[in-house]
Design a protein around this ligand. Structure first.
Ligand code: GLA
Length: 731
């Protein structure tokens, strides 16, 4: 049993295999947070609470003259705005008399023997055979008939607690939800650091670590998408936490729209962490009888450093967020037309690329941007999802048949949420684009964004997508999203603009849901100018995501390093491209580019016909090598052995049963008279013996992990090595 409730029904403990989370309803019914950390027995922790005179902090009315009780210093589960807690709040309501407040007090609790689901939003799923438990705590607002349901879905084996919040209007008049975050966790004492994952287009998720102080550290997106600029995941840790030791707490939001996450110390040095939908541009009218659901925040804790935390996230996201048949199946090795031809292709080009792809043993040809409307550049045709039969030399159906005739599967690029002003769709429906009435809209990549909060828009898109997908043999779709949203303003009569941003996101999810339900066999690769929507929410609809538009292997080392803190390698799409690289101009040996791209979703983004024969032969061998190890890349444990900035980068995959491991090393910096490269391994069974493919040496896992592998060669810059370790019986 993972949920414990005290006999008086007011104290709760959520236990996972290695962690515990405790809170209680105090004498005033305030939900007070007690503990989140290493697993502990279920005991009353009230004696650990600290009450002292807190002048200038305010005492709730019902505390009478008890000046030591203040919401402003209390550790809380879901603090409300405007009721004496001056710190960051989790919830705020606006009432018809102009007031803004939210004072929720405990009412009841219930335990559900399944995971919590959220209508219209992605959420971790469980199965009947292996159910998760959910604790639902209901609170009532003191001055109104508004209820708050806090849900805690406990995934015991994965050490994960997924939180969400629902606000229900049981009153007789409308109320406005001005803020409803997904979680708040208060830490009673100690110093912390926050690791965040900022970036930019072509350089996503490069971790930064900074101490938590008295100024608020806030990560956010206001771009309508989770964004390249800041990922909706962050972790709090102790100052001395490393990959393999120390405490850390992960916060990962299953939401692909504008969000916030913050950490800040209060006057007592207590640290408050919150995460949820960005309250800016947000005001949700809740009519009597209606409810509002916040997206899910996925929390996890590790007492053994970042690596353990990452493994917990990899497991939960791969096994309980990703859906569909492709999650645990070998994914096709693709050849994508984008960096091979950009917009400049015709049927002959596509067929030439297909034949070359077939010769090297790839599984799929992906036709990227440029196949529809009159799109020969990024200035037109988005929204006109009709194939350009002139450019394709026939219909999509005939082209997909021709590709299949060469023995390859066929994939197609789409960007459903976008509209070009130069499109028949825009000419027919200018009101379908987001734009503030009376103001010219902000363009980005010469395009506008469709109003996904509108059902007519979603119906049109579903109609076009399903016609395309059922009209040709298409096994894969690369679903792109190539700009940030600016004007969250809907032309729909009666639209409440404070709701548009979230309704827009719900509309996007609904379209994904309709497409995945109608085409359950389809493999969807999510993309947003590379990794601009690489988030847990999108993994619910697509088990893999194009990690970055930057295919430079050396930059990818850092991008994939940062991505791996929360997201499983099975979700990371990475391709080998040509040199000099189109984004950085760098030249890196083919073997290194290949090793870096060997993740859970591997492929090529180049014109094989322009390579020399030995390179093509090398690629054919690499694809075979990849396929032989594909399961290890997809399902294996991923270990970060170095950090960005070190002389070399090293990472390894270890099979689930720990019989096999694969180590990759890339030299970032060459030095004259270089010191040897010595890599301590991780993840092996200490007592088992492993043979090294490079030297033939056999050692126990304990020795490999303590003493490391000394690579016997000195490498040039950007050269690399793959070393495999196989478990052997020692005679
Ligand atoms: C985005 C994607 C690229 C490519 C282009 C096409 O930038 O990330 O991979 O599909 O769009 O326009």
């Amino acid at each position: 049993m993972s949920i414990h409730i005290s006999a008086d029904g007011r104290r709760f403990q959520l236990d996972t295999r290695d962690t515990s989370y405790q809170f209680h309803a105090d004498k005033y019914g305030v939900l007070a947070h007690d503990y989140y950390g290493k697993r502990i027995p279920f005991e009353d922790l009230t004696d650990g609470e600290f009450f002292a005179d807190v002048g200038f902090s305010g005492n709730p009315w019902d505390a009478g003259e008890e000046r030591t009780y203040s919401l402003d210093t209390r550790l809380q589960e879901f603090p409300g705005y405007g009721c004496g807690d001056y710190r960051e709040s989790a919830v705020s309501l606006a009432f018809s008399n102009g007031s803004q407040a939210a004072d929720f007090r405990y009412e009841s609790c219930k335990v559900m023997d399944r995971a919590w689901t959220i209508p219209g939003l992605p959420a971790l799923w469980d199965t009947e055979e292996a159910p998760a438990q959910t604790l639902v705590v209901t609170l009532k607002e003191r001055a109104s008939n508004i209820r708050l349901q806090l849900s805690y879905a406990v995934f015991e084996a994965e050490n994960v607690i997924a939180r969400s919040a629902r606000i229900v209007n049981d009153g007789a008049e409308a109320v406005y939800v001005e803020r409803c975050l997904s979680c708040c966790v208060d830490y009673g004492f100690g110093d912390y650091e926050l690791m965040i994952f900022p970036g930019r287009h072509c350089m996503e998720r490069v971790p930064q670590r900074q101490s938590v102080g008295f100024t608020k550290q806030e990560v956010y997106s206001l771009r309508g998408a989770s964004s390249h600029q800041m990922n909706p995941a962050m972790l709090l840790c102790r100052p001395d936490t490393t990959e393999t030791q120390g405490e850390c707490w992960g916060y990962c939001l299953a939401y692909s729209g504008s969000f916030i996450g913050s950490a800040q110390k209060d006057q007592r040095g207590q640290t408050r962490v919150v995460m949820g939908i960005n309250p800016a541009q947000f005001s949700w009218r809740l009519q009597p009888g209606d409810s509002f659901d916040a997206p899910q925040a996925i929390l996890s804790y590790s007492a053994a450093g970042f690596e353990r935390l990452s493994h917990q996230y990899h497991d939960i996201l791969r096994n309980h967020m990703c859906r569909g048949q492709w999650v645990h199946k070998p994914k096709p090795v693709v050849v994508n037309t984008w960096e091979a031809a950009y917009f400049n292709f015709d049927r002959e080009t596509v067929m030439r690329l297909t034949k070359d792809a077939a010769k090297v043993g790839a599984d799929m040809l992906v036709l990227d941007d440029g196949w529809f409307g009159h799109r020969d550049s990024d200035t037109s045709s988005l929204g006109d999802w009709y194939e350009n039969t002139k450019k394709l030399g026939g219909t999509l159906a005939s082209l997909s048949n021709a590709v299949h005739d060469e023995g390859l599967l066929f994939g197609l690029w789409v960007e459903p949420e976008m509209i070009s002003e130069d499109s028949d769709l825009y000419r027919a429906h200018p009101e379908w684009a987001l734009a503030i009435e009376g103001r010219p809209p902000v363009r980005s990549r010469c395009q506008l964004v469709l109003d996904m909060s509108r059902k007519d828009v979603r119906d049109y898109l579903f109609g076009r997508l399903s016609a395309i997908l059922s009209g040709a043999r298409i096994e894969y779709v690369k679903w792109d999203f190539n700009r940030s949203v600016c004007e969250m303003w809907s032309h729909l009569p009666g639209a409440r603009q404070g709701e548009t941003a979230h309704r827009w996101m719900l509309g996007v999810y609904e379209l994904f849901e309709r497409v995945t339900a109608a085409f359950p066999e389809l493999l969807i690769e999510n993309c947003s100018g590379g990794g601009g929507r690489f988030d847990a929410g999108m993994l619910y609809y697509s088990p893999q995501i194009w990690c970055s538009d930057n295919t430079d292997a050396v930059n990818r080392l850092d991008i994939q390093y940062g991505t791996s803190f929360f997201y499983p390698m099975s979700a990371v799409a990475a391709h080998v491209s040509v040199c000099p690289n189109h984004q950085t101009g760098r030249t890196v040996p083919l073997m290194t580019r290949t090793r870096v791209a060997m993740t859970g979703a591997f492929g090529y983004e180049l014109d094989l016909g322009k390579l020399k024969e030995p390179e093509r032969a090398q690629i054919a061998r690499d694809i075979q090598a990849y396929k032989a190890r594909e399961e290890l890349f997809r399902e294996g444990r991923y270990h970060r052995l170095t950090k960005p900035g070190e002389r070399y980068a090293a990472w390894m995959y270890v099979s689930e049963n720990r019989d096999k491991a694969l180590l990759n090393v890339v030299m970032r910096e060459a030095e004259g008279n270089a010191m040897p490269v010595k890599v301590p391994l991780r993840g092996l069974l200490p007592e088992a013996s492993y043979r090294c493919s490079l030297t033939g040496a056999v050692h126990s896992g304990a020795v490999w992990m303590a003493c490391g592998l000394t690579l016997p060669v000195i490498y040039w810059q950007y050269e690399s090595e793959t070393v495999e370790f196989e478990r052997v019986q020692r005679g």
